[in-house]
Each structure stands twice: as C-alpha cells, then as structure tokens.
Design a protein around this ligand. Structure first.
Ligand code: F6R
Length: 617
C-alpha cells in the first residue's frame, strides 16, 4: 500500500528512483512523485496516474532544462488514504520554511490536531494530506543553530505523532543526509558500497544490493554516503540487524508473460514444489517443519486453534479450519482479523492463534496477532514475505516460500497458504491421532499435486473460451460445499477484484435461503462439483439453478461423465483425496478471473481502487 524508494550514493538518483517506482507500482498506483536534491535545491515532480505519466513529465521537464540531476532523492507511488487523487496530494510533500521533503506510507491519526496547532503557528497548508502535516511539523522543529538537526527534528516530530508510518525525509539545508523511520509500515535500508537504497519493499533494492536492514518500529535511521546510524525516538543508539535479501531478479520480472497474475498462476506447480521441499519425511510418514519444531509439544497438546487473516488469506484460513478439524482433530475456528482484534476474544490455555498473510504487513492481521499474544496465545505465522513484521512478531511460523507475489490479485500465495495449512494439519494430526500409513498416503498425494496442476494449466485455452462465453454477464454465482465452499468464495473474490463483475461465493446449500432469487435466465453459476462426500447434494443444487434458467459451469473430476448432462460447460480437474481438492479446484477459477479481466480490457495487475499489502485498517 503505497511504495517508497529513496537513494543516496554516487550515481544519478533519478533513473534509480524511477526504476524502483516501477517495481513498487503494484503497491499503489493512484499517483506518483519524485524529489531530487539538485544544485538548485529540492526539485519535486508529481503526477496523477501511473509511474509512466510521471516519467513522461520528467522527460518534458528535462527538455526544458530541468534535469533533476542529483545523487540523493526519494520517490513515492500512492494509494490515497487522506485527500483525493490529485497532483497536489501526491508525495513528496514539503514544508513551508526549512526545505524539508518527505514521502510517507501509513496514516497519521492525530494529523487534524497537529495541523490546527501548526496553522496557529502561521503555517499555510497546500494539501489535504496527513503527510504534509508531518513535513510541516519536522520543519517547525528543525533548528540546526540550536542543535536540532534533521535526525533530531524527525525524532521529535515522531514523538508527537500517533498512527502508522514509514517515512523518508530530506532537507535542502543538509544536502548529504537522508533520514528514514518506521512504525507499523515496512521500510528496509539496502546497504551497498558507498550507496544506500531505502524502500518499502525488497524488490526495489535487490538490483543494487542484497544486504539490508529491516527497520523495527520506532527506529530512525540517518544515512550519509559514509555510513548510517540507527536510533530510537529518544536518540538512543540501536544496533541494526543486517539481513540477506533472498530474491532472484527473475522472480520480479515478467519473463515472457503478459501479466504478473498470469505468470504467478502458471508458476504454481514450481512454487508449490518449493513450499513442500524438505518438509516431508517418507520414512516416518511425517511432516518436518523446522519453523515450528520448537513448539511441537504445544501444538500436539493444543486445545483450540484460531486462524485469522483477511481477504484471500482468510479463504485459505477457512480451508485450514476444515483441514485441522478433519486431519488433526483439533477444534478450530477462523475469523477476520479485523473482527478478532476488536471483539474482546476469549483465549484460554492451550489456544494457538495462526496469522496468515502473504505480505506479512496487513494492518488488521498484525493487530489481531498482537491481541492474541497479549492474551497469552501461542502465536504462529503462515507468511510469505521473509522478515516481514508478522513473521517477526510471531513466536514461530512456517514460510510459504512461493517467491514474491506482485500481481495484486493473490494466486500462488493462496496455494502456498493452503499447502502450508495442510502440512501443519498433518504435522499435528500425525502426532495426535493419525497412523503412519494414513499420513503417508496423504503426503504422497500432496506431492502429486504440482503435476496435477500442470495438467489443469494445460487446459488454459479451453478455460479462456468458456470464460469468454459469459464475460458480458454482470452477475455470477460461485457455489461449493465442504472443503470447496471457501474455494467458491475465493473464485468470486478473484472475479470481482480484477474483472469488476459482481460475484457472490457461498455454500451451495445456502443459495436456497435467499440468493436463489437472483437467478435469472443465462446467469452464470460456477459450481465446484468435484467428486467427494457431498457430490450428490451438489448435483441437486445444480438442478435447482438450471431449472431457473441459470447457466452452470462445473469444475468436475476427470472421468465424471454424468456432470455433462447437467452443466452447460465442464472444466475437469484430476481426481484427488477430498482434503487436498482445493489445491486443484481453485486453479480454473483463477484462470477464469484472469481471462475475464483480459477480455474486458482491464489492467489485470493494477485493478482499480486496490493495492497490494493493506497496511491501513
Ligand atoms: C485478494 C488479495 C487480498 C489479500 C488480503 C490479505 O486477491 O490479495 O484479499 O489476500 O489483503 O493480504 P495478506 O495476505 O498480505 O495479509
């Protein structure tokens, strides 16, 4: 949610900042801006729309002699929270006296009170944003003649602020200094040779260096070309933790695909093999999870598991609830993190709370985790982004290992989450009630899933054709039962978020309790109708839709020759034990959403109003 990149070193900052912005654009793309410290002072350019619009603007300015030449600068791509999507509201923001420029991710909650105070002191605001308030506050406190330099002014300003922030600040009066800080919103300092790249996301750093310092909450980092110093808001020195960024450049490049979402859907066989690698012990019929091994006893004795997440990750949690109760026989519930955090949840002895998140930065999930920890739960993470806040705040966890997910619509992370939740269920189940043979059978089947996904992906063209038949319809239903009810929810979410088609996902039986009234002639209804315990019931629900004129698209098991009699279109997936079936049935739904968005001419990787990683409540 919003992207930050900043540079200080020997090289021309502008191209580095623009390249970084393009890599971060998936985090927000309402507007973008750049500030470079040049001989003439701080030069700022901002534009509404994509980074390409900003790039054009900079090219025009270069032709008229404004080259933005300098070796220190910062840039931002915005997802609006305060203030409309206008050029004036785009970052960087500046103060009105000290030559301060700032880029900011997050929300300053007490900005209205601070703004009033600053207005009383005579400051005039140009924008409606909380970020400009922070720029003014830093400027107001900046007093180099009294020993309050940029670093100290930032520390003092942040002591006054409530809310979340990742900021980078520069000042025309200190032309060799960048100051950055974080609380609740990620910020990483990439440490190169005589140069530093600060970014909200490692993807903008990895081309320059793989050595990085992920800042902790309330850390302030003062960077010059000669070195850096990390402190807290009281100016106490803090020892930085250096980490290695493990990311291949190919992982963040399109590599021949048209969209990241398409690439990530097709990557799933490989990403799932990575998730499984080294985690299955066939000799013992056991799952090996190094990340939670230290808490094996607590997991085996767990009395209750609560899975918490948002969006797609919540759908994987819903599948996790079925898996944990079915395979590990542990009472499990699953809850939106945004609800869990505020509803005074009861956490008894033996409760394990699992936070599921691709980014590891989702504000609601992070807050739910904090609430669970305060109440004494063992807190586990199922996270993709290595070193992210949720990964660091949990007692233990299991990484997804699916690589960076750049498409805003989550696909391979969902598959990774369901895979990890299956592994955790088998890890606990085998140590609680499951025999070696039973566990081994499922593990062998689990290892076959990537090859089975390959066979679904091979039908992509067929799936595209089926989708295109219905792509003009504005209302769709997605229906499933048991393990595949959350898959129906996920199918509907995918279709909504990138094709802007209204879609509802629900348990197939629920349809009769109201939504059936929506079914009109030709309305598409996608049924997950693979073979399983409730197959016959699903067929009855299909008949109910058909008899009201709905058009049924069935996701069915290979070899099911009955389904063709009741469905207009059938997409087949290989046979698989029911607990593992979501790993297959979701893939055609991801492809349908993708092809629908392409057919409707939408920007698949940057759907309207959305952004990757929701770091605000
Ligand atoms: C949908 C999607 C979102 C995220 C949700 C949680 O495609 O990506 O619904 O799943 O915002 O994000 P993470 O997993 O980063 O916590």
């Amino acid at each position: 949610m919003c992207g930050i990149v900043a540079y200080i070193g020997q090289k021309d900052a502008k191209p580095i900042l623009l390249e970084g912005l393009k890599l971060l654009e998936y985090r927000g793309y309402d507007s973008a801006g750049v500030a470079v410290l040049t001989d003439a002072g701080v030069e700022v350019a901002r534009a509404v729309g994509r980074v390409a619009v900003l790039e054009d603007k900079l090219e025009q300015q270069a032709k008229s002699g404004k080259a933005f030449a300098g070796t220190l600068g910062m840039a931002h791509t915005r997802w609006a929270t305060h203030g409309g999507v206008t050029e004036i509201n785009a970052h960087p923001h500046q103060d009105d006296q000290a030559g301060i420029a700032i880029v900011h991710n997050g929300i300053i909650e007490n900005y209205a009170a601070l703004r009033k105070l600053l207005e009383e002191k005579g400051h005039t605001f140009q924008t409606e944003t909380d970020t400009e308030v922070l720029a003014m506050l830093i400027g107001e406190l900046y007093a180099p003649s009294e020993g309050v330099d940029l670093e100290k002014a930032v520390q003092a300003a942040l002591r006054e602020v409530t809310g979340a922030y990742a900021i980078v600040v520069m000042c025309a009066q200190e032309p060799d200094v960048l100051v950055c800080a974080r609380k609740g919103s990620p910020l990483i300092v990439g440490v190169g040779n005589g140069e530093y790249v600060v970014a909200s996301d490692a993807s903008a750093i990895v081309r320059h260096t793989t050595q990085a310092i992920p800042l902790d909450d309330y850390n302030v980092c003062r960077i010059t070309r000669e070195g850096f110093r990390t402190s807290d808001l009281q100016d106490e020195q803090v020892s930085p933790k250096v980490m290695q960024i493990e990311m291949d450049l190919e992982e963040i490049e399109l590599g021949g695909f048209t969209h990241y979402m398409q690439k990530e859907i097709f990557e799933q066989p490989a990403s799932m093999r990575n998730t499984l690698r080294g985690r299955i012990d066939h000799n013992e019929g056991k799952v090996v999870l190094g990340g939670v091994a230290g808490f094996a006893k607590e997991l085996v004795k767990a009395k209750r598991v609560i899975l918490t997440a948002q969006g797609t990750a919540l759908h994987s949690a819903m599948i996790g609830e079925y898996l944990l109760e079915d395979l590990a026989k542990v009472p499990t519930e699953c809850e939106y993190a945004s609800e869990f955090r505020y509803r005074n949840p009861i956490i008894e002895d033996g409760t394990v709370v699992v936070a599921i998140s691709q980014s590891g930065e989702t504000a609601d999930t992070l807050a739910a985790l904090g609430e669970a920890k305060d109440r004494g739960a063992l807190a586990l993470g199922v996270v993709n982004a290595v070193g992210s806040t949720i990964a660091r705040e949990t007692d233990a966890g299991v990484y997804l290992r699916v690589g960076p997910e750049i498409g805003v619509a989550s696909t391979k992370a969902f598959l990774g989450q369901v895979t990890v939740l299956t592994l955790i269920s088998l890890f606990m189940g085998r140590r609680r009630f499951m025999s070696q043979v039973e566990c081994e059978q499922l593990l062998t089947e689990l290892e076959r899933v990537p090859t089975k996904i390959e066979s679904i992906l091979a039908q992509a063209d067929e799936i595209r054709k089926v989708t295109e038949k219905y792509v003009t319809k504005e209302n769709w239903l997605f229906l499933g039962r048991g393990y595949n009810y959350p898959v129906a929810m996920e199918g509907a979410l995918k279709l909504k978020e990138i094709s802007y088609i209204h879609a509802e996902g629900m348990p197939a039986a629920e349809m009769k309790h109201g939504p059936i009234a929506l079914i009109t002639d030709g309305m598409p209804a996608v049924f997950i109708a693979n073979r399983g315990a409730q197959y016959e019931k699903v067929i009855s629900n299909i008949e109910e839709v058909r008899s009201r004129g709905g058009h049924v698209i069935a996701i069915a098991t290979e070899g099911d020759d009955r389904i063709g009699n009741v469905a207009e279109d059938v997409i087949y997936v290989p046979d698989i034990p029911e607990p593992l079936s979501p790993l297959l049935t979701v893939v055609p739904l991801q492809l349908m959403a993708y092809y629908a968005a392409v057919a409707r001419g939408h920007d698949v990787d940057k759907p309207r109003n959305l952004a990757k990683s929701v770091t605000v409540e």
